[in-house]
Design a protein. Structure first.
Length: 108
């Protein structure tokens, strides 16, 4: 199992119920790919550096997951094919970098 981060930007006009439903849909895709959700970070509403479509801000959500290697691509494929719906501006799945172990000190 590898660690991934699934990030999406939701429509800033969504209410709490709509945002939770969107979050649950993404988490169900993770579980369908034999993965598990480790942590959900809601960053809140942020202004974009440049417009995406006609939007200038969105609600950022980051979900830390553990999934088999192919599951990250599968989630993006499902999101692209079926679409997350009108509530999502963008969705990205990226592997989490694991820092290399520190070398043992030598000759102290």
């Amino acid at each position: 199992m590898r660690k991934y981060e699934v990030a999406f930007i939701a429509d800033p006009d969504l209410d709490e119920e709509g945002l939770t439903a969107l979050e649950e849909r993404v988490k169900s895709w993770v579980e369908a790919g034999q993965g598990k959700t480790l942590q959900v970070d809601r960053w809140g509403k942020r202004r974009f550096a440049y417009p995406i479509g006609r939007r200038t801000e969105g609600y950022y959500v980051f979900i830390q997951t553990e999934m088999p290697p192919a599951a990250g691509l599968a989630i993006e494929y499902v999101a692209w094919t079926i679409g997350l719906g009108a509530g999502v501006t963008s969705l990205v799945t990226s592997p989490r970098a694991i820092p290399p172990p520190m070398p043992a000190p030598s000759g102290l």
